[in-house]
Design a protein around this ligand. Structure first.
Ligand SMILES: [Fe+2]
Ligand SMILES: [Fe+2]
Length: 265
């Protein structure tokens, strides 16, 4: 019997709305690909929008309730909820990268981004478990709906997608996570510290995968990778990057600190 195609399996995971089911679907497609159970074929287009659960309610970023500085329980839970939402959307961003651009970029690219989708599924699951331990759960608070916009804006162009999603959005996580780790530590939240340290390590690798493929793309086109990144970010992410940067994490991921400085808003 012919193997099912990887594009269809990815599309199925993108169209899974229930959070626990999406976690399982993303991990399953990554595992099936790794074990050679799926064919390198993409018959169906990826959906413009992945399926979303009925909860959380999605609000425009400006309408999100303010989290405040808070050591309050409410403020703490709102923070973990926001992180869980970022990871939930990150599952779909990695799946969409593999499914939308895998055909042109090749099997290694598919494998790398499906492994990232499985990491994001794990990040979401451990954050949701932490929320449950704090007496809440994913879906209990509103979440902001801005995270898919970058995917839509770059749906036509793999170089633009790489430049913006791993190399700007995920790289932003490298800058802000150390302060969140310190906050969790000061609250005596040892489990939270461990979760965030693991996520930070994984995210350095995710950014590095983006850098690797954008550099390969630049080489193939005979372009300078640093200038290519700068021009793609200027065109597709006009707000620019927000310093201060985590220089050591950014350079471990292979980002050019000179280019980061040139893009600082
Ligand atoms: Fe993540
Ligand atoms: Fe990531």
């Amino acid at each position: 019997m012919a193997k099912p195609d990887v594009g269809g399996a990815i599309r199925g995971a993108l169209l899974t709305a229930d959070p626990a089911a999406k976690v399982m679907a993303a991990r399953r497609v990554a595992r099936d690909w790794r074990l050679g159970r799926l064919a390198f074929a993409f018959e169906d287009a990826m959906p413009a929008q992945p399926a979303r659960p009925g909860r959380p309610e999605l609000l425009p970023p400006k309408e999100m309730p303010r989290r405040g500085k808070g050591g309050s329980d409410r403020g703490r839970i709102a923070l973990w909820h926001a992180l869980a939402h970022i990871e939930f959307v990150a599952i779909d961003l990695a799946l969409d990268m593999a499914g939308r651009f895998g055909g042109e970029m090749g099997p290694a690219f598919v494998g790398d981004f499906l492994a990232i989708a499985a990491d994001e599924a794990m990040h979401f699951a451990i954050l949701n478990r932490h929320l449950v331990a704090l007496g809440s759960h994913y879906g209990a608070h509103p979440a902001h709906d801005g995270l898919w916009q970058a995917a839509e804006a770059t749906a036509h162009d793999v170089a633009a997608r790489l430049a913006v999603v791993p190399m700007v959005l995920e790289a932003r996580g490298l800058d802000v996570t150390p302060a969140t780790i310190e906050r969790a530590r000061s609250q005596g939240d040892a489990a939270g510290v461990r979760i965030l340290e693991r996520i930070l390590d994984d995210e350095i690798r995710h950014v590095a995968v983006g850098v690797k493929y954008l550099n390969a793309f630049a080489k193939r086109e005979g372009l300078d990778p640093k200038n290519l990144w700068i021009s793609l970010v200027r065109r597709h992410f006009p707000g620019g990057l927000k310093p201060p940067f985590n220089d050591s994490a950014r350079s471990s991921a292979g980002l050019s600190l000179e280019a980061c400085a040139a893009l600082a808003s």
